[in-house]
Write a protein that binds this ligand. Structure first.
Ligand code: DC
Length: 224
């Protein structure tokens, strides 16, 4: 049954600018922003906190059964506790792809994400939004950027957080994550055929935001 809500799907690799851009678009259009990566990160954080090996699928699935994830006022809550900050630690980034490979984890989160999009208009970002979570999204975008550019962004973000990281390590971690995210069996990172492709490498955030907003507003469908 159709309703008056609409949805925007944003997919792309790590640090391609998805969340910054999606957040800004959500404010301009006054719709809800849902960061699905944060949900995979929250489970990963819980797994690590409980000293469970991310590769131990059975233990992860058992833990999943007693895990609640929710967004309240754009913050992520894990079992009722705000974990906005903890899920951005580099140890979580390094392990999240292993958790995101597990079929049962994806099933649970995809279900939650679909339920969220039924209740209001949303802009949702992730890896499988346009292909699996919201295949009928009204608007789809696939954001990319070179691995060097993405590593620069991630490096800056981590240094600003006070983490002691090396640029070369960040490049390698991003490559590993791209590889796992793109080649997993369930919900791999892949561009939906009907998604606009947007390379953010040499573009300002504002230009990318304007491009998305203008398409949603039914205006210019030109090349950025
Ligand atoms: O967008 P991000 O870097 O916060 O995402 C963290 C990880 O979660 C990333 O390695 C891939 C995974 N992910 C996913 O598999 N599916 C999504 N819809 C969102 C994120």
């Amino acid at each position: 049954m159709s309703n008056s809500y609409y949805s925007i799907a944003i997919d792309g690799p790590s640090a391609s600018g998805k969340s910054t851009i999606a957040k800004m678009v959500s404010k301009i259009l006054n719709i809800e922003y849902i960061d699905t990566g944060a949900m995979y990160r929250a489970i990963t954080y819980k797994v690590l906190k409980n000293n469970i090996d991310p590769l131990d699928e059975k233990a992860v699935i058992d833990l999943l059964k007693e895990t609640e994830i929710d967004f309240i006022n754009n913050s992520i809550y894990l079992d009722g506790v705000n974990v906005d900050k903890e899920i951005r630690d580099n140890i979580v980034s390094k392990n999240v792809s292993y958790i995101a490979m597990i079929k049962e984890v994806r099933e649970k989160l995809v279900h939650l994400q679909q339920a969220m999009a039924k209740k209001k208009s949303v802009i949702m970002d992730g890896r499988d939004i346009g292909t699996v979570v919201l295949p009928h999204a009204d608007y789809k975008f696939f954001l990319t950027a070179s691995v060097e550019e993405r590593a620069k962004r991630r490096f800056k973000e981590l240094i600003n957080r006070g983490e002691d990281v090396k640029f070369e390590d960040i490049v390698e971690e991003l490559k590993t994550r791209d590889e796992i995210d793109s080649n997993r069996e369930v919900g791999p990172l892949v561009r939906s055929k009907d998604a606009y492709l947007l390379d953010t490498s040499n573009k300002s955030i504002e230009d990318c935001v304007d491009f998305i907003v203008s398409i949603v507003n039914g205006g210019n469908e030109g090349v950025l």
